[in-house]
Ligand binder design. Structure first.
Ligand code: ZN
Length: 160
């Protein structure tokens, strides 16, 4: 698994003592990789994620795992607020209307495996942005293949 570094300054420190316990999946809702990289690195937009996975399966690291990326926003899960402190964010290059590319999902599986092992994150702790901000967000959307994740031991439910 090859990961290309493309640093976004849109990050700060996790709160003291916070450990990485969740992985949040997003779609970019943007047309292509170039636009996504610009968006996630724009200090004006002030958003980011730890990783961006392209339709080709290429993986970019935008924010170091140890830092707090700005991907979840106002969020809540199991009594915990502001999940940015305790999560890693993965953006998938997808406009929100198209099916996810097979190469992209294959790279996601490799990355999830790697991150769960490296940070001792339970494999069930993979959530969608819509899970933690249901009033505001629908990503990763109806095309996201939760069943593939579930069949690999990830996520809480197989869904469709
Ligand atoms: Zn999102």
């Amino acid at each position: 698994m090859q990961i290309t570094s493309h640093t976004s300054l849109n990050h700060d420190n996790r709160k003291k003592g916070a450990t990485i316990n969740w992985i949040i999946i997003h779609y970019t809702a943007l047309p292509d990789t170039k636009t996504s990289l610009e968006w996630l690195c724009s200090t004006e937009k002030a958003v980011s994620a730890h990783y961006l996975i392209c339709r080709t399966g290429a993986i970019f690291q935008l924010v170091p795992d140890t830092k707090r990326a700005w991907h979840a926003g106002v969020s809540r899960w199991k009594g915990e607020d502001n999940l940015n402190h305790t999560s890693l964010g993965i953006e998938l290059d997808n406009d929100g209307f198209e099916p996810y590319a097979q190469e992209q999902i294959e790279s996601l599986m490799l990355l999830l495996n790697n991150l769960c092992i490296r940070h001792s994150i339970p494999k069930t702790h993979i959530l969608g942005h819509n899970d933690i901000a249901p009033d505001r967000k629908i990503d990763p959307g109806p095309h996201f293949p939760w069943h593939i994740l579930y069949d690999h031991g990830f996520a809480l439910a197989r869904l469709a």
